[in-house]
Design a protein around this ligand. Structure first.
Ligand SMILES: [Zn+2]
Ligand SMILES: [Zn+2]
Length: 373
């Protein structure tokens, strides 16, 4: 029985995590007009309730191949204060930026505004001086953040200690903050907590869709990196790789949240990131038969699951196809008659653009001419 349980749990992990072949550094292709930035804008260190020094967060980010991070210490919750007096709330950032040195990692100043619900916990990033956010009033603190040009987002709105039923719900205070443009985004995934309701709030209120690790201990431990796991993070589609461009991308809602193998975002960005992740490496009829072999390489770090909407049936698969991260998969398409090019439509089941809704993507390719006899 114990043995059987072991086998089952290994099988479960392999479904959730990307394959070992893909390597640790997270990979996603650029999309037309934008560079794809891998970002984690919600992390803690010993300067709030985290267990590590800020330099460790920089090393983890470099190991994961991230483009941008923020260390968002709780302003109001300082459990290590007796061991680490913390009069200057810029310290975490200062240590991180020094560690980052010449590495190509963007680090932005951030803080977690940590209040009871409402408005709960919210991050303000791209700050100039977090010390000025040490104000009592729960609304005034957002105004101060905005005065510094911050991008703000509602953290883990489904967090059970502040929302017993786990249902992310807007309050009048949130509606006011959104209306006054004091909240720009919302975490639809925080650590390993996904919320359909938060996604719906993002869509209804035109907020930026975010996913972050909210890491307190080690990325490797919490996200099972040795078993092929990766942290929760956000893809930001930016014109350039720098803080200003990434902020502009966030303010204009150009994001996709990545949680295990799930991509969460708006079609405008989900579709190109999925389509560019799937490169056709060969398309030709198999031998003398009229069965088309389309070899597709998934160049991203997540497994992608597709449902057939091509109008054809497949020779080696039912309607559901798993394209593993970093691997090549051949789809055998029964086109009945020979074609010179083909446009294959799929529903991307491992991506959501709204609760229970998946984007449609197209794999287009020319077909290599081969003898029919
Ligand atoms: Zn929090
Ligand atoms: Zn946090």
């Amino acid at each position: 029985m114990i043995f059987l349980f072991f086998i089952l749990s290994v099988a479960c992990f392999s479904q959730e995590n990307h394959s070992h072949g893909v390597g640790r550094k997270l990979k996603f292709p650029d999309i037309p007009g934008y560079k794809t930035m891998k970002c984690d804008f919600h992390q803690h260190t010993a300067f709030s309730d985290g267990s590590v020094w800020p330099d460790i967060r920089v090393m983890e980010a470099l190991m994961d191949g991230l483009d941008a991070i923020s260390l968002t210490e709780h302003l109001e919750y300082q459990p290590h204060k007796e061991d680490i007096p913390h009069p200057d709330r810029n310290r975490s950032y200062d240590i991180a930026i020094k560690e980052a040195g010449d590495h190509d990692l963007v680090i932005v100043k951030g803080s977690e505004i940590t209040r009871k619900m409402p408005p709960g916990h919210n991050n303000a990033i791209f700050l100039s001086d977090p010390n000025k956010l040490l104000v009592d009033d729960s609304i005034q603190v957002f105004r101060e953040a905005k005065k510094q040009g911050a991008f703000t987002f509602w953290n883990h709105p489904a967090w059970a200690p502040q929302r017993k039923d786990g249902i992310a719900t807007l309050t009048d205070i949130h509606r006011m903050l959104i209306k006054e443009k004091l909240i720009d985004g919302i975490e639809v995934v925080s650590d390993q907590m996904y919320s359909d309701e938060a996604l719906q709030i993002a869509l209804d209120n035109n907020l930026t869709i975010m996913g972050n690790s909210d890491i307190h201990k080690l990325i490797d431990w919490d996200f099972k990196v040795a078993d092929g796991g990766h942290r929760t993070f956000t893809l930001v589609f930016a014109k350039e790789k720098n803080a200003g461009s990434i902020k502009e991308g966030l303010m204009n809602r150009r994001t996709v949240a990545v949680y295990r193998n799930l991509l969460v975002g708006r079609d405008e960005f989900l579709v190109p990131v999925l389509e560019n992740s799937l490169k056709v490496t060969s398309a030709k009829y198999i031998g003398k038969y009229d069965v088309l072999g389309v070899e597709v390489e998934n160049v991203s770090s997540v497994d992608i699951t597709l449902q057939n909407q091509t109008g054809y049936t497949f020779h080696n698969n039912n309607e559901i196809i798993l394209l593993k991260a970093g691997e090549k998969t051949t789809i055998e398409v029964k086109t009945i008659e020979r074609k010179t090019e083909v446009s294959l439509k799929f529903l991307a089941l491992s991506a959501v653009n709204a609760p229970n809704k998946h984007p449609s993507i197209t794999i287009k390719t020319k077909i290599e001419a081969t003898p029919q006899q």
